[in-house]
Design a protein around this ligand. Sequence first.
Ligand SMILES: Cc1cc2nc3c(=O)[nH]c(=O)nc-3n(C[C@H](O)[C@H](O)[C@H](O)COP(=O)(O)OP(=O)(O)OC[C@H]3O[C@@H](n4cnc5c(N)ncnc54)[C@H](O)[C@@H]3O)c2cc1C
Length: 401
Amino acid sequence: MKYDVVIIGAGPAGSTAARFLSKEGYNVLLLDKEKFPRYKACAGGLCKHIEEFDYLNIEKLDLVESVCKASLTFSPSTRYEMSYESEDVLFYNVDRKEFDNYLVGIAINAGSDFRDGVKVKEISIRKEYALLKLGNGREVKSRALIGAGGANDVANKFLRKKEGIKRWRLAFSLVEDFEVGESFVSDVYGEKSKCIILLRFAGLHGYAWVFPKRSSLNIGYAGYLEEMRGRNAKELLNQFLKFLKRRNFLPSSVESKKARGAFIPCRGFLRKTYTDRLLLCGDSAGFVSPLSGEGIYYAMDSGRIASKVLCEALEEEKLDEKSLRNYQKIWMERWGKDFLYLKIFHHALMKFTEGIIKRGVENKSLRGLYVGVFNGSLRAREVKWKILREILIPKRHEKIG
Ligand SMILES: Cc1cc2nc3c(=O)[nH]c(=O)nc-3n(C[C@H](O)[C@H](O)[C@H](O)COP(=O)(O)OP(=O)(O)OC[C@H]3O[C@@H](n4cnc5c(N)ncnc54)[C@H](O)[C@@H]3O)c2cc1C
């Protein structure tokens, strides 16, 4: 067989897995249906954990357009404005088209065979190999597969069908990059590249945001998919733009031209992410923070974990699901358990938003706690009681909600 591993999707999950497997000497085919460099709807905020991937040299990387060290969070009524500043990095901001292309380049340099513009149409798992049917009519065999095709991955559908998993709930988001010029960005958003968050924008279970880049602003919003029924997605974005203009966060001449919709699988990971000869990584497995919607780091980390597990399995020629179960154990221990608490925090935040932000405005250490949990720098399981006590138990004389 020509390939040890075929990877579906060359986003952060797929490229990272390809890089690690190729470094270990395995023959890897990395496939993507789009021609690269390709657009990816995203705010492009990389959390601080990205520094773990030291080969990226993120602190010195030219692709990083801005480093966010401050945030301004509005409660839904906009009555409370919670401002936070840090000496430390909250997010590194990148353009996904360039960043993902850079990751693919790293995988190619490590030895991966990359083919873009090739769609995987169907997968099947046989006793001796995995088989892919491609959009160009060809077929590819490999010893193992990684599904890293994002929220609508063909491998996700295959595994859910096989395991009878019906639940796959998504969030919807609309996003656009607005070119406003470097001087506007630096005058208004400052040297700490302050990001803006408006919680429960338009009543949605989610938030609207502004992530300032070098000379542009990434602006968007997200909410549960079913909440969008009967609502005009573009109208909602215009509503947010109007708010930003009123507050002088956006030049009045700027209009929406090419907003793009996308799904975010941030409402819980799949209960099973492995089967015979197949592992799911990144969005395909639902590895997105239920609180912030951040998924790039988790995509890359799951790609790294999958590659480690597959290296051992390929070495020992044990690619049955029992042998691959270790994959789920490792990611669950690293951050999967935190996701369970982040989901609870998300529900609490969506229910008691005004009161929670009001308390953050009044209490500096609480602000640090909120932001740390939101951007993933604090582990949810370590601060869970502190957070739950603070956000769920109203202080005397204080009404929340
Ligand atoms: C609007 C928005 C804003 C976001 N903002 C942030 C943020 O600021 N920070 C953050 O950390 N996360 C953010 N996320 C989440 C983040 O984008 C994802 O978690 C991340 O891209 C997941 O990476 P991935 O490699 O799993 O999938 P993807 O990046 O989606 O890559 C999947 C790849 O697979 C390819 N593919 C799909 N199907 C096939 C097929 N059948 N055959 C071949 N190729 C296929 C696609 O073309 C794509 O290139 C945001 C998401 C959205 C929608």
